[in-house]
Every structure is written in structure tokens, then in C-alpha cells.
Design a protein around this ligand. Sequence first.
Ligand code: TXA
Ligand code: MG
Length: 307
Amino acid sequence: MTVATHPKTAEEAAAILARGQVCALPTETVYGLAADATNWAAVGQIFSTKKRPRFNPLIVHVLDAAKAVDVVQLDNCAARLMEAFWPGPLTIVLPSAAHSRVAKNASGGLSTLAVRSPAHPLFRAVLEDWNSPIVAPSANRSGRLSPTTAAHVIEEFGGGVPVLDGGPCEAGVESTIVSLTNSRPTLLRPGAIPAEKIEAALGHPLLAPGGGIEAPGMMTSHYAPTARVRLNAKEAQENEVLLGFGGTPEATLDLSPDGDLSEAAANLFAYLRRLDALGRPIAVAPIPDKGLGRAINDRLRRAAAER
Ligand code: TXA
Ligand code: MG
């Protein structure tokens, strides 16, 4: 890949998408590798750039609920969730609309589509300028740590992908994914909006994933640093570096010395990258499994899984 020229403005980024090329964009969760959702070849470029399996569907990003209607069929429950959490890090899986112009390869041949309305002002400016749906998976090589800065994206693709720099991502973990295509709302991926908040808005608990209805891309081994990762560690052993939480003694890095889960989520991928660069196995202190801690623990379990 040759070295890309990076866009300086949302308009320049939209112009790259209009040429049928991919461009990395900031979101409030992680950086996304964006392309025109209606362009089959552009969507194909996302899969080849990330080396992503073709069966793993992409999230379609839209400005708001009114634009979502162009690509998916809304029901009352979807409307309620969009009203409560959009724009923001909630992705909703719905039946695709018959009139949808989204390229078929975006959804891996499924009859459903995941939609989200990102909150980041630069991504929204691109959506406004472009006025068409944008597919964007996280801007990392498939199976690797998600990028939370423009520098991470440049590192992932050796500078070959243009990036619109919007600074470090605020949330630091990906959107929460809820499917409304089963008999009851189902949590497919814990993420930046705690499941408890979604349950409060719905007035009932979310079904847990399982029974073959997990998101197709939720492979057990994912978000993987090069180094081996050991969880629930009380202290570092032998050659290990230690990723702490809440003031862990002798931590190499601490996700949040004050024990704040939002701060820990924002630091998670960047700290894993920094520790990975040290070339030693990584031990991780226990993280409380509630609120945002569920998304953090989900990513950590996948980082630690057998490859
Ligand atoms: O925060 C985010 O969601 C970020 C930013 C860039 O928007 N995007 C992101 O995309 O995390 P990606 O591709 O890395 O993860 C999307 C997940 C995958 O696990 C995929 O399998 C699942 O969403 N997914 C997409 N479409 C689906 C569908 N129709 N049914 C079930 N799962 C779906
Ligand atoms: Mg991803």
C-alpha cells in the first residue's frame, strides 16, 4: 500500500467516500473504516483492507431515525431505543428495508442490518455532507485491537489508509449491539452504553446472547494483542507486565487509578497497545463486572482467549 494523504476536514473525507474509496473516521467509541454503504466495490474494499471474513456483516451509520428508515424496518421498540440513545453508541439490528440501497455484501447475505447513529461531530458532519449511509467497522486489521486514535489507525495499515483525525475517542469501547429480530430484545455485544440503561429504557431485561444468535463477528478470539493475556491477576508473575485497575500496586499501567469504569474503558485499547509494544506477557487485574465493566471484561476475555 502507498502512503495515503489524510483529509483535513469532513468535506474532504466525504469526497474520498464519493470516489468509492475507504477513509477512517473518528466516532465516539473507536475509529471506523468508512465507505459508501451503497457501493458494492467500496464495501468490498473494507473487507479486503481489514482482511475481514466476508460473512461478518458491517454496521450501517446514519444521521438519525428518519434516515434509518431508508435502510431498515422500524418497530415501536426500535423507535423508543433510538429516541432514548441516538445519537450515541447503541447499534440496533433490524430487518432490512425492501427499498434499501445498501450493497448486499455489507450484510454478509443476512436479511437483517445493524444501524447506528454516531455522536461524534466529525462523523456527523461527514454524514450530513455525504447524505447517504456509511458502513464502518472498527479501523483495525481483523481480530486485532480496535483503534482509539488516528495514530493507531496509521499503525494498523502502515499509513495506507487516509484518516480524518478527531483526537482520542471518548468512550474507547465499541457500541452496544441489541438485536430486535428475535422474539425479545437481545444483547448481542456489551458496549459503551451499559445494558442496565437499555433495560431501564425498555422496562424489562435484555435476553443474553447464545443459541446461535450472537453477532456473527463475535469470534471468541478477538481484540488480540500479540502478547499472551492473563486475566484476574493479583500481581505480575515472572516476566509479565501488569495492567491495573483502581490503584493496583506495582501496575505497569493503571486503567483508572480511581476505579472509574468510564476512564478505564477510554484507556483500554490504547493501554493494551502500549503494553503489547513491550513484548512481554500481559497480566490484567480484576475489573468489576457491572455497567461499562461488562464491555471491558468482554473485550479482555476475547483478548485472552486461545488463538
Ligand atoms: O462502535 C462501533 O460499533 C464501531 C464504530 C466504528 O461504529 N464499529 C464496530 O464495527 O464495532 P465492527 O464491524 O467492528 O463490529 C460490528 C459487529 C460485528 O460483530 C458484526 O458481526 C455485528 O456487529 N453485526 C453487524 N451486522 C449484524 C447483523 N445484521 N446481525 C448481527 N450482528 C451484526
Ligand atoms: Mg471490530
